[in-house]
Write a protein that binds this ligand. Structure first.
Ligand code: URA
Length: 271
């Protein structure tokens, strides 16, 4: 048997998808609108207990059409597993489209039209599911949650909330000159505080587990596997593998923006 994500046929999600914003809301100078909107990952059947706010989709997500399936997604899937959450979650991103350029993410953090559509999703998800905890990944997601809190539905939310460092924080920090090992240890210390705050805050986890902290570096066992049920029907298993399989490539900025190279990882080839 192969489970799959049935998509957006149910209301209120069908209407949200039909009415998604385009370039009038997400300028092409700051967002890769050409790769299309990518809406969510996880349950849309009313069974989610944990609501996750990520940042923006990257190359792997552009192919699978579900969010948080690459490195960030696998790291965070491991965090959910440490809370005993293996299926009762739903995730959306702060931005519907991939951010283009370093400044765009911050520059659009307070755009009213972007927030209005994201708030409509947060309203729908909290209305449709018994959400017990919201987890924001990174500062932009924290801003998104706080923006929603100023709305009537956001103000009425009474479950737990935790903002943790974004799962690719160590990689971003290293790319601007920081020591990667130190940045990883900093993120995992922060994630351990998040586990302390959230472990008791979800009364009915999918699989109750004892609280086990991270060490100073991520171990292979700390990475979660993206469940087959989270992806559209028919996607090959290697798209959920632990190795990267999609990357932006091109000799010029325009070519790189226009090109995602997809390659089956060597150990996943049946030939
Ligand atoms: N991919 C996503 O969809 N969201 C993130 O925050 C990071 C990677």
């Amino acid at each position: 048997m192969h489970e799959f994500d049935p998509g957006y046929g149910r209301e209120p999600y069908a209407s949200l998808v039909r009415s998604h914003p385009g370039t009038e809301t997400y300028p092409t100078t700051g967002f890769r609108t050409e790769w299309g909107p990518i809406f969510h990952r996880g349950r849309l059947d009313g069974s989610a207990r944990v609501l996750v706010i990520g940042q923006d989709p990257a190359a792997h997500e552009a192919v699978t059409r579900r969010i948080l399936v690459g490195t960030a997604g696998r790291r965070f899937q491991g965090f959910l597993a440490k809370l005993g959450i293996t299926s009762s979650y739903v995730m959306i991103n702060t931005y519907l489209y991939s951010v283009y350029g370093q400044q765009a993410g911050n520059a659009h953090a307070h755009d009213d039209a972007i927030a209005a559509y994201r708030n409509a999703w947060l309203d729908a998800l909290t209305n449709d599911n018994p959400i017990e905890a919201v987890i924001a990944l990174g500062g932009l997601a924290d801003t998104a949650f706080r923006t929603w809190r100023t709305t009537p539905a956001g103000a009425a939310y009474s479950g737990a909330y935790r903002h943790i460092l974004h799962p690719t924080y160590p990689d971003s920090a290293a790319s601007t000159g920081a020591d990667r090992a130190q940045a990883m240890a900093k993120m995992l210390t922060d994630w351990n505080s998040g586990l302390d705050a959230l472990h008791g805050a979800i009364p009915t986890p999918d699989q109750p587990v004892p609280l086990v902290h991270y060490g100073t570096d991520l171990l292979p066992a700390d990475l979660g596997t993206i469940p087959e049920a989270d992806l559209p029907p028919g996607l090959p298993a290697w798209m959920r593998s632990d190795e990267p399989w999609a990357s932006r490539q091109g000799a010029t900025a325009a070519d790189k923006r226009a090109t995602i190279v997809v390659q089956i990882p060597a150990d996943q080839r049946p030939f």
